[in-house]
Design a protein around this ligand. Sequence first.
Ligand code: XIL
Length: 322
Amino acid sequence: MRDAAARHRILIGTAVEPSYLAEPEYAKILSDEFSMLEPENNLKFGQVHPRPDTDPNPYDFSGPDALVAFAQAHKMKMRGHTLVWHNQQPRWVTGGGLTPDQLNKALQSHIKTVVGRYAGKIFAWDVVNEAFNDDGSMRHTVWYDRPGIGFADQGAAYIEQALRWARATDRRAKLFVNDYGAETIGKKSDAIYAMAKDFRKRRVPLDGIGFQLHCDLSFDRPEALDSFKANLQRFADLGLDIHITEMDVRLRNNSPESLDQQAKLYGDVVKICGGQPRCKVIQIWGFTDKHSWLRNGHGLLWDENYQKKPAYDAFLRPLLGK
Ligand code: XIL
């Protein structure tokens, strides 16, 4: 997959947990088939920065460092996930003990430290993850909530600030906002689009949009796929890159019919990305059903026993031009 995709200048990525690298099949498929990886959990605030800055040892870089080493050994790129999110945060952040000013300083130093450590090693960052509600309003989080990190009632101002801190730390990294449920045109993608348009106009350092694409077979309808295509196009027209960041296709069962439908949907998404010059990454959220966050959802390209599923061939075929 990685060689076939390289001919289209597309990176094929997957989410990874370092502990699985000890399984030989896991490590082999990862390095043979993928040109990119992303820590599934290791760079989330709670894992990488579990203790406050007053602690002698506030950070734990062991997981992401191991993944950087693997990526470099196998000539893979690495994506960073994620700097600002409402989930998987440490108690010292969410506990309510910090004033807006302290929260602001904590986030700034978090971004500087983490982005700085991986400058030149991580080529793109999900700077902010899942900042929007499905109705297009902004999600209430510790970072946003009035006064959040100090921007009372100013909408996406905290996102802008996070992007600026990231850019100030690593001028070369591509900076993304990432979300789910924004693949097709609708209230949520409209809100992200309006923000992105404003950011581009004002030269706020936003380089691209991450579309998670956790989906099920209901996405395999012409209306959904056409809307997805049109949505990518409008973001591309703003001069933004597009990364598909967390794809999986949840199934109710793994009957041959379901597996074939799943395969078709993977193929359709690869074709749509391949047809959009600004779509530069297709990443799946894990690759073996053995280690999927969906548990029994059969969502990925390899089954629990590391056997290729029909989805593997369907994913590869358009990359081979077939
Ligand atoms: C998930 C991981 O896959 C799980 O291992 C973890 O327990 C919870 O988070 N959207 C995201 C990802 O942006 O970070 C989430 O990852 C899945 C949904």
